[in-house]
Design a binder for this molecule. Structure first.
Ligand code: NOJ
Length: 759
């Protein structure tokens, strides 16, 4: 029966794939032939929603001008328009009032859920569970598409080694291998097997490329990296997105090695469109054409249009430069019609694939919107994803899980009852205060007595003039005294501290990564009166937790987990869910270590922490260790695992397609059933360019009952050993390798092999 089902699923998926691969090139060409130059350029123009389309049409100013452009077919896409009624109203103008009736494509930042919020992407990546990540994206697509949206500006696949950069919350962390798998899973989740289904949306890999390498972690700052880092670290997740069939790309705000990426023809034309054969279109980032003037690259708006088109940007998000300047540039011979046709073809193709020409209102079904929004399926998916995203950082003397009965619990911290912060940043369509707080989650367990004290208050602020945020108060610490009184009387203290929801994300760089405001003081004060503390962290990035790691017995990294946050955290606290998450980014000991990442180079003067004490001339700090506090891949469980007996089936790979098997024994030595992410790393010992000390090359998620042992194996072949070499190609080189299998990136359990020949 199972087999039959599998065949059915496979066949169905296959048919769906065929459907989505329908060749629309003739339809695109036929339409293109009918279009005037103006109409073509119109397709390359994207506006933000500029009026309430269900109300009266605008009568003056900029909105009127945009409205007229829309009616005249000078708009190809809109962003931030959402809800069936709004989308339908705009679509109606495009379809019924413009000469050719070309439907709009509606883009939206569906980053981690639409109205029902899933964990932030960095948290999801901590699950290492690609099926769950794919499912989470597909549920987000389902909810957003039911609200009229058919294109998401996700996944963000920027690798970053710098937790000061607030946008690490949107990505998959520091590693290109994990990042590539997560990128592909998200693309598949958003787009499904059939892009024309009303439950799927086109995905967008962003920000092409290297945004995660902004200098000093300051958002929008300069990026200057070498070719090796670009190809080996930055580009792989983008390539993985292309291979997974992603329909669109977004460039970015930053420059890369002196060229704003919006105008970078090496990236966009040479690598993406030519070498990778990408057939979809590239949208600019918000106003990034215009910003090339501030970069000191474009003389004026017209010049920015010229540079962007020549560089390969197909659609202009909100600079309005393309519709103003492209026809002038054609007349002046600065750009040519083939470039415009190419861009328009790409945009139209995605619209055809989305099924918008068959039915432009395909995503506009009010009944469906009502039924799907916040449905049980989506809520359940958000909870499942949230539980899997949690990382247990410390659990001394098995303080966790807590007993369910007879305990006095003090629940302390500004984020303990907060129903906003767990939603994190990028939650444009979510209503305020819709997350389950930790207080609410814990209240479902009635056997203990909970007393709650904020310690430090939350305040409402409007930092950018229109957007209200709940922030952690940083002027008043009078609540600490009361919290201490509550803590004194408790058996266990649960402290919920970290970053408020908007403290990470775009424009939210930080120079310090400690617990913001008076939270560290609160923690230390409570610790003085009751050290039996479970620290629950909510944050969008790695924090510096040195003091906590030394003094607090139990630490749960719960990130910003979304709508179901409090339930997921409570289930972990009480042991109804045994955590298995692993960090997708290194947690530094201090900010001065940044950039810190596990796949670093050896240097000519390497050394280990603690080694060479007192000596000076090796690569280290005088006042800090080299290692991360919690390394990439780190995460504990309520049970314990033992690795033993690493073995290779042989020690040499004799030719290109040769393969060896690396295996290890994994035993659950604890008393609970648990899941372990077994990680495989490889080191290329000598090559024609220096190689990282370790690179993740595989992982497996293994469920084990107490006392159970499994033999875990990985196949190794020369393809896995390839890198972008000084010859500017991807290749593997013969020579010696080391292979490590273990519980996180610091594992030293290794074996050696040789790639002898590639013939
Ligand atoms: C700017 C951000 O950089 C980008 O990621 C986002 O998709 C656009 N704004 C649209 O909101």
């Amino acid at each position: 029966m199972k087999k039959f089902l599998l065949i059915l699923i496979f066949t169905f998926g296959f048919i769906n794939n065929i459907q989505s691969q329908k060749d629309y090139s003739k339809d695109v060409e036929n339409l293109l032939k009918k279009m005037t130059l103006e109409e073509k350029i119109g397709q390359m123009n994207q506006y933000n929603g500029f009026y309430d389309a269900t109300g009266p049409s605008p009568s003056g100013g900029d909105a009127k001008k945009k409205y007229d452009n829309l009616k005249n077919g000078l708009v190809g896409s809109m962003l931030n328009v959402r809800g069936v009624n709004e989308v339908r109203a705009f679509q109606k103008i495009a379809v019924e009032e413009t000469r050719l009736g070309i439907p709009l494509i509606f883009g939206f930042d569906l980053i981690h859920g639409y109205k029902t919020i899933a964990p932030i992407p960095l948290a999801e990546s901590a699950s290492w569970d690609l099926n769950e990540i794919q499912n989470s994206a597909s549920l987000g697509a389902k909810e957003a598409s039911a609200a009229g949206i058919n294109w998401t500006f996700a996944p963000m696949v920027d690798i970053s080694r710098d937790a000061r950069w607030g946008r690490v919350m949107e990505g998959a962390g520091e590693d290109p291998f994990l990042g590539s798998l997560v990128a592909a899973a998200r693309v598949k989740g958003f787009q499904g097997n059939d892009l024309s289904s009303p439950s799927t949306v086109a995905a967008c890999a962003k920000h092409f490329a290297a945004y995660g390498f902004v200098e000093s972690g300051r958002d929008y700052n300069t990026v200057d990296i070498g070719l090796s880092t670009l190809h080996n670290i930055v580009l792989p997740p983008f390539k993985a997105a292309v291979d997974a069939g992603v329909k669109t790309f977004m460039n970015g705000f930053t420059e890369l090695n002196g060229i704003p990426v919006t105008a970078d023809s090496y990236l966009q034309r040479e690598i993406l469109k030519k070498q990778w054969g990408f057939k979809g279109f590239i949208v600019s980032d918000w106003g990034s054409l215009r910003e090339m003037m501030d970069h000191g690259y474009a003389k004026n708006r017209k010049h920015a249009g010229e540079l962007a088109l020549n560089g390969g940007s197909d659609m202009d998000m909100e600079s309005t430069i393309y519709i103003e300047e492209l026809s002038n540039l054609i007349n002046e011979g600065k750009i040519n019609i083939e470039q415009i046709d190419d861009a328009v073809r790409r945009i139209l193709l995605v619209k055809f694939e989305l099924g918008l020409f068959d039915d432009p209102y395909r995503y506009c079904d009010l009944v469906r919107e009502k039924k799907i929004t916040g449905s049980k399926e989506i809520m359940d998916g958000a909870l499942e994803m949230a539980k899997k995203s949690i990382v247990l950082l410390k659990n001394n003397k098995k303080l966790l899980p807590l007993k369910k009965n007879g305990q006095k619990i003090a629940l302390i911290g500004p984020l303990a009852a907060d129903k906003n912060s767990p939603l994190g940043n990028w939650r444009v369509a979510a209503d305020n205060n819709t997350a389950v707080s930790v207080l609410e989650g814990l209240s479902h367990y009635t056997g203990n007595e909970i007393t709650h004290s904020q310690g430090i208050r939350l305040v409402n602020k409007i930092p950018d003039g229109f957007h209200e945020e709940v922030q952690i108060n940083n002027t008043d610490k009078t609540g600490i005294l009361e919290a201490k009184e509550v803590a004194k009387k408790a058996d266990v203290v649960i402290m919920v501290l970290g970053e408020y929801g908007f403290q990470s994300g775009e424009g939210r760089s930080r120079a310090n990564l400690d617990l913001p405001g008076f939270q560290q003081e609160l923690l230390e004060e409570i610790h003085k009166v009751n050290s039996n503390i479970v620290l629950v962290l909510m944050n969008g990035r790695p924090l510096t937790l040195d003091w906590s790691s030394q003094n607090i017995p139990a630490i749960i990294e719960s990130w910003h987990l979304g709508t179901q946050s409090g339930h997921a955290i409570s289930q972990v606290i009480y042991g109804d869910y045994n955590p298995s998450g692993k960090l997708p980014m290194s947690f530094p000991r201090s900010v001065g270590q940044i950039p810190i990442y596990y796949n670093h180079k050896s240097t000519g003067r390497p050394g280990a922490d603690g080694e060479d004490a007192g000596s000076v001339f090796w690569s280290h700090y005088q006042d800090e260790k080299n290692t991360a506090l919690y390394p990439f891949g780190f995460g504990l469980s309520y049970t314990s695992f033992e690795y033993s007996n690493i073995k290779l089936s042989k020690n040499t790979l004799m030719k290109k397609n040769d393969e060896l098997t690396a295996s290890i024994k994994l035993t659950n030595t604890g008393k609970l059933k648990g899941k372990e992410v077994v990680q495989l790393y490889i080191r290329d010992k000598f090559a024609s360019s220096t190689r990282p000390v370790k690179e993740l090359k595989g992982f497996k998620m293994i469920d084990l009952n107490p006392g159970e042992t499994k033999n875990i194996s990985f196949k190794i072949n020369s393809k896995m050993l390839e890198y972008y070499s000084p010859r500017n190609i991807w290749e593997s080189e013969i020579g010696d390798f080391e292979l490590f299998i273990g519980t996180n990136s610091s594992t030293e359990r290794k074996a050696s092999f040789e790639l002898k020949s590639l013939n």
